[in-house]
Design a protein around this ligand. Structure first.
Ligand code: SAM
Ligand code: SF4
Ligand code: SF4
Length: 344
């Protein structure tokens, strides 16, 4: 029997992100721009059984959605086994994954068969040479193949995420939209965020929701907002082009949506963060490995969530002089501050 738990601002514990690994086979400049990284110790990484047990606790407290992320989640060996375990959880209504797509073509069918409902692929450019320069990967054809394979596989939805950055890919806004339209996948533009790890971030490089809507409106005519429904609707605001094409914008930088945020995330080493920007997390691995009972874990999660007041992106938005969240020393002090560890 599900007992919903609300935080201090009456936000439910609705969706959980599991960052399955801090490793990645890309080096996107907005996420992993440095040459060297500190990795989580191997023995600290949760097993699939541990992730499944924690997921069960959250689902028993009102969560209905899980997103697998990372780092690159497809680097986790035998991912369909975890998907199969999670999909047996009776309260789970939506099981999704965010991936850079490089390894997707090979794994899409097995993941779908195991019970994965939805896939979001990050695609920032249609130009292979740009991906090589900006994300240090020559695997652009594999990403596109991943998208088309996923589309054929029968997932409930395949979506694209595009982080738009001034001077990098802001000349591809319309091309990305056309690509999404041609492939019948919904595109969500993401504003460049000053998250941990984005050590090259500057407000001048952010292409805002207003900028995006202007460029798109100039090409297609009036863009209609689509009314948001329910808690799960955030963070993407959706819009319709005159021909009925739908797209989304995640305006976390210029128009944050913390008031309706029902998300939390668990890193690959079992640290639970109540906010993408939170400095500290709760070490759930310690409790798991010390033999905590289900009741003890449930009580810990309930009590922690009930005290949640986080509004990280709103706090960043309120700053007058906004710069990077952490300089390199701050990230080296705790690699869980990195977006690629915490899970986007
Ligand atoms: N590796 C997978 C991928 O790229 O899809 C999953 C993890 S990645 C951290 C999740 C999402 O976070 C991606 O869509 C990525 O574009 C986004 N992201 C990473 N750094 C970001 C930043 N500084 N601003 C906005 N979005 C960012
Ligand atoms: Fe890029 Fe995702 Fe890897 Fe970050 S975790 S470097 S966003 S592919
Ligand atoms: Fe939620 Fe924190 Fe993101 Fe705000 S900044 S939407 S509270 S995760």
């Amino acid at each position: 029997m599900t007992t919903p738990v609300l935080d201090h601002l009456s936000r439910p514990l609705g969706s959980l992100r599991l960052s399955l690994t801090d490793r990645c086979n890309m080096r996107c400049r907005y996420c992993m721009p440095e040459e060297e990284y500190l990795w989580l110790p191997r023995e600290s990484i949760l097993t699939f059984e541990e992730f499944d047990r924690l997921a069960g606790m959250f689902l028993g407290l009102g969560a209905t959605k899980i997103r697998l992320t990372g780092g690159e989640p497809l680097l986790r060996q035998d991912l369909p086994s975890l998907v199969r375990m999670l999909s047996r959880q009776p309260e789970l209504e939506d099981l999704a994954m965010t991936t850079n797509g490089i390894l997707l073509a090979d794994q899409a069918a097995a993941l779908h068969e195991a019970g994965l409902h939805r896939v979001t692929v990050s695609l920032d450019t249609l130009r292979p040479e740009r991906m090589l320069a900006y994300a240090r990967s020559p695997k652009h054809p594999q990403v596109l193949e991943g998208i088309t394979t996923a589309k054929k596989t029968g997932f409930r939805a395949v979506k694209l995420n595009s982080v738009i950055i001034r001077g990098f890919n802001d000349d591809e806004i319309l091309d990305l939209l056309e690509y999404a339209r041609a492939h019948e996948v919904e595109l969500r533009f993401i504003e460049y965020m000053d998250v941990g790890g984005a050590t090259k971030w500057s407000m001048a490089d952010v292409v805002s929701r207003a900028d995006l809507l202007r460029v798109i409106g100039e090409r297609y005519g009036p863009v209609q907002p689509v009314a948001a429904v329910g808690w799960g609707a955030a963070p993407a605001e959706r819009f319709l082009l005159p021909d009925g094409t739908q797209f989304g914008i995640i305006a976390s930088t210029t128009a944050p949506f913390c008031r309706s945020c029902d998300r939390s995330r668990i890193t690959a080493d079992g640290t639970w963060y109540l906010c993408l920007y939170a400095e500290e997390g709760i070490d759930l691995r310690h409790f798991l490995r010390q033999g905590a009972s289900d009741g003890e874990l449930r009580a810990l999660i309930c009590e922690t969530w009930a005290g949640r007041r986080d509004r990280g992106a709103e706090a960043r938005h309120a700053l007058v002089d906004r710069g990077v969240l952490y300089a390199l020393e701050g990230l080296r002090a705790d690699p869980r501050r990195e977006m690629h560890t915490r899970g986007g």
